[in-house]
Write a protein that binds this ligand. Structure first.
Ligand SMILES: NC(=O)c1ccc[n+]([C@@H]2O[C@H](COP(=O)([O-])OP(=O)(O)OC[C@H]3O[C@@H](n4cnc5c(N)ncnc54)[C@H](OP(=O)(O)O)[C@@H]3O)[C@@H](O)[C@H]2O)c1
Length: 336
């Protein structure tokens, strides 16, 4: 049996380009005891994968190898199994290749997911690690209280939309920023943010924050970094909490943005806390239960952007880095 895979053809120099990827056919290996053959249904497209394209990867994970398939979070269905924990027909989540099929050696990283509880693609977004990221950043670090002002950047994205909705459920006043008017309308109109702005069209981010967060910012959920972060430092209230989730404005830049307002951390006694969701994987089942309840009760909305076809995954990835996705970006590679 063969499968198509997306391999890393070359490392990006700045912005990712289509030539950094190649599609290839590969033979599927035979199953050893413990192995599980998974036919893929949905693949997650995530910003952290940009760091894994660099030589050496990132501080918390090794990178992709040239000539080898990319890998990431995948939802699939078990096609055959030599592992007692997984049966043919089970829907599973795992860290698997960007491919139509792959073998999970020893069943490692696999977890059964329930297709009756939610659309399977949700397990890569709101009910998956992006949702858990929002949950960790907002509930463990941000801890918004009723009446406080919470600011979420990249607000319509996979993480941002959940982060803002969790803060709204906690009773905070939530302001979001995003890169199109349509995204801003979504977070305000459908996710229940109290207000929002298009950071590309406002006169400046500092000015927008003075206007939209007139009482200051008590919790900053940082997805963007760079000039956004510099402006939030100025608008933050004393003792504000910063959940430092990501810095997507910086991932493709040769020259990093140099922050000018770091002294605000000292003078305002800010709690600026970085975090990586994989350190909190043990919370995933509890998180899914709570969040599925929010969705079922109409307290939480889900937006996802589904691209069809394995071969279109590189374009979906490049598009996501440029802000072309509307909600959680996934790639559909098969039918259940
Ligand atoms: N710490 C963790 O464990 C963890 C886990 C998952 C994700 N993250 C981080 O969380 C952030 C959001 O990830 P996600 O998966 O939810 O992706 P996403 O928001 O669904 O997609 C990325 C979005 O980032 C925005 N963006 C891109 N370039 C930008 C720029 N220069 N300035 C402002 N916004 C820009 C775009 O939206 P606009 O159109 O609104 O610009 C784009 O749609 C990323 O920084 C990611 O690295 C961290």
């Amino acid at each position: 049996m063969q499968t198509r895979q997306i391999v890393l053809a070359s490392r990006p120099d700045g912005w990712v380009v289509p030539e950094n990827f190649a599609v290839r056919e590969a033979d599927m290996p035979l199953l050893d005891p413990g192995d599980v053959l998974v036919r893929h249904l949905y693949m997650s497209v995530d910003p952290y994968m940009r760091g894994l394209m660099n030589d050496g990867g990132v501080a918390y994970a090794a990178g992709f190898q040239i000539g080898q398939p990319l890998f990431g979070r995948v939802i699939g269905v078990v096609e055959s199994s030599r592992n007692k924990d997984f049966r043919e027909g089970d829907c599973v989540f795992g860290m698997l290749d960007w491919a139509e099929r792959s073998v999970a050696r020893g069943g490692e990283s696999l977890r059964v997911v329930d297709p009756a509880k939610a659309p399977l693609s949700h397990y890569l977004g709101t009910l998956g690690f992006p949702g858990l990221t929002a949950y960790v950043g907002m509930t463990l670090i941000g801890q918004p209280k009723e009446g406080e002002t919470v600011y979420v950047s990249a607000a319509s994205g996979a993480v941002g939309q959940v982060a803002g909705q969790l803060a709204r459920i906690a009773g905070a006043r939530v302001i979001g920023s995003a890169g199109t008017d349509e995204k801003v309308r979504f977070v305000v109109g459908e996710c229940g943010f109290h207000d929002g702005f298009n950071y590309r069209t406002v006169p400046s981010i500092p000015e927008a924050l003075r206007l939209y967060c007139a009482d200051g910012i008590d919790v900053n959920f940082e997805n963007v970094g760079g000039a956004n972060l510099d402006a939030v430092l100025v608008q933050a209230n004393p003792f504000a909490r910063f959940a430092m989730c990501g810095m997507i404005s910086q991932y493709n830049e040769h020259e990093p943005y140099h922050l000018k307002n770091l002294n605000e951390i000292v003078s305002k006694r800010l709690n600026v806390q970085g975090f990586v969701v994989r350190d909190h994987s043990h919370l995933i089942e509890q998180f899914i239960e709570e969040t599925a309840d929010h969705i079922a009760a109409g307290r939480m909305t889900v937006a996802e952007d589904i691209t069809n076809g394995l071969e279109n995954a590189p374009a979906a990835f490049i598009g996501m880095l440029k802000g072309e996705n509307f909600g959680k970006q996934v790639v559909k590679v098969g039918e259940l």
